[in-house]
Design a protein around this ligand. Sequence first.
Ligand code: DOR
Ligand code: ZN
Ligand code: ZN
Length: 435
Amino acid sequence: MKLLIKGARVVDPSQKIDGVLDVLIEEGKIAKIAPNIDYAAGEVVDADGLTLIPGLVDIHCHLRDPGLEYKEDIVSGTKAAARGGFTSVCCMANTKPVADNPAVIAYIRDKAKNEGAVHVYPIGAASKGLEGKELAEIGEMKRAGAVAISDDGKPIMNTGFMRLAMEYAADFGLKVLDHCEDSGLVDGGVMNEGYVSTKLGLRGSVNVAEEIHVARDILLCEQYGLSAHICHVSTKRSVEMVRLAKKRGIKITCETAPHYLAATDTWVAEKEYDTATRVNPPLRTKEDQEELIKGLCDGTIDCIATDHAPHHRDEKMVEYDLAASGISGFETAFQLCYQALVLSGKLDVSRLIALMTVQPAQILGLPAGTLAVGAAADIALVDLDCAQTIRVEDFLSKGKNSPFDGMAVTGRVVHTLVDGEWVYRDGCIAPRFED
Ligand code: DOR
Ligand code: ZN
Ligand code: ZN
């Protein structure tokens, strides 16, 4: 099986490649990248005008399988990922049952391998039942294929437990990914606490609720020489603290999510209490957003992760305070980041691709995010000039919960290949994944 993709602008930050080149794929792997490769016994595709990048890597998503398939399942979720240009995704453990044991981890891996459109790497829970009390079976989960440990969806409230989880995870070469929100300080808040929440009469969740856990995790890492990864950083002071921690040589990494770059708390007012804007941590202020962008530019924030969190329509078609939190993010992530970071002139395209490919892959040590010869031919082809409108009804995800519905964006994922096979082609999912 050979495939030759000709004439695309190839951007692979892992090898500092940016130029018009041909890419030859053999047996599902990258065989050669060079100008004008003229021999291929198999399929030849003209990709003139498109940008060819390593398939995007997402280290934080929710696939809801097992148990919450009415929101999403491994098939629909990985189809949505492919449509968004992602070829490797890591799914959080807040499923039903919770992924706190090797059987659930094995189920996710096997189902994804047999039926999924992209590579799926499961994340195991830190605590049994996400209850923050008893450690989950970390070693066994690692053996079954877990690539990290996280109670995401819930904060780890007990600092002693957090220390224990980090120590055990480290023994097995895994990192703890922490959802930083102090529930005592969140105290039922449903949006960012500030001018807008006061004006709207909605209960606020204060920024320090996030920051106090970020500070705690940094201190634990420093004290015990451990490492941790902070999920979805959303506030200015979180970025400032991580920046300082890195200067002090502390082994901390962090991510932010596209929605924090593309929207702020004013959206809750502008969209008239649209529950699609409800997410944890909440959309913050312009000032926070500017610092996140600064953090992405100066290397404080290591990567972008979607926190794709699909919910059923019925869970969002309720009053703001009662609505489920989360945004269906796979199918808008690249475009939103391209708009917020590249078209705005803050970062060049290669830096953005690095934040969505090689950098997240490195945090968890995943075999992904590169077009190096011999690597899996996991590729996205994007049209960076194509203008389009985000339409939730076009989503392949079951979760149509996006505040970006109707937004005009530039940049379109045209094709996605996994192991050299077309999983998404010319805007259509491969027939083998159709319902
Ligand atoms: O908004 C969120 N939704 N934040 C989380 O941490 C969990 C996620 C979910 O699972 O729906
Ligand atoms: Zn979270
Ligand atoms: Zn999450």
